[in-house]
Design a protein around this ligand. Sequence first.
Ligand code: 13P
Length: 249
Amino acid sequence: MRKPVIAANWKMYKTPAQAQEFLQAFLPLVANHKRDEILLFPSYVDLSVAIAATKGSNVSVGAQNMHYAEEGAYTGEISPSMIKALGATHVLLGHSERREYFGETDEIINKKLHAALHHGLTPVLCMGETLEERDAGKTEEVLLRHCQEALKGVVPHAAESFIIAYEPIWAIGTGKTATPEIAGLAHFHIRTQVAHLLGRQTADRIRILYGGSVKPENACALLNQPEVDGALVGGASLDPQSFAKIVKY
Ligand code: 13P
């Protein structure tokens, strides 16, 4: 049995004071919730506040990105050790917004993945196709490529704690959600590919989350798909009531 993961990606929203305010409202709403793992990905500047506020709670905190180098002259970047030192446990890697606006390639994401594992940070590896790729019938091919490239050199036992997020780019922030069937099939392709690369046992353990316009209204149908092991929520995670409803789908 894979424990579902419900994760909030706050993207470039919320100041530390707003993060604090969110957590004051949100934590009591999910205090006794044990069925799902709850993850929060605030911006770098909110990490300290979020980590302090969630200490001893059932909510874990991760970073939205990181550099792969240990340290160095990389102005504006944050290293795995810096994130780890704050007490973060997870890191989002390869989000489509990083790929699209900041030139992240599968090769860079692969380096980050290795760095995350080296530092004991659990990676949440994001992948998904564009609308053009879907319309051209290339979804499976794109997911296969993302898996092959991002997972290069990863050994099966290191990958079991991994989380993958399937986020079709056409569904992100558009209000257009993948149908549960579309999500289920894409997750099946990803798991099949992971089994091919890292073995069946690892593939059966990896949690694959769906992301793209998840809302309290559609969470249940998506999360009831057997291949869907959770959700990565953007817009609807910014409000404590709305995110709590999704957690309790
Ligand atoms: P939305 O839920 O706003 O569509 O964002 C999804 C996402 O990108 C989460 O990482």
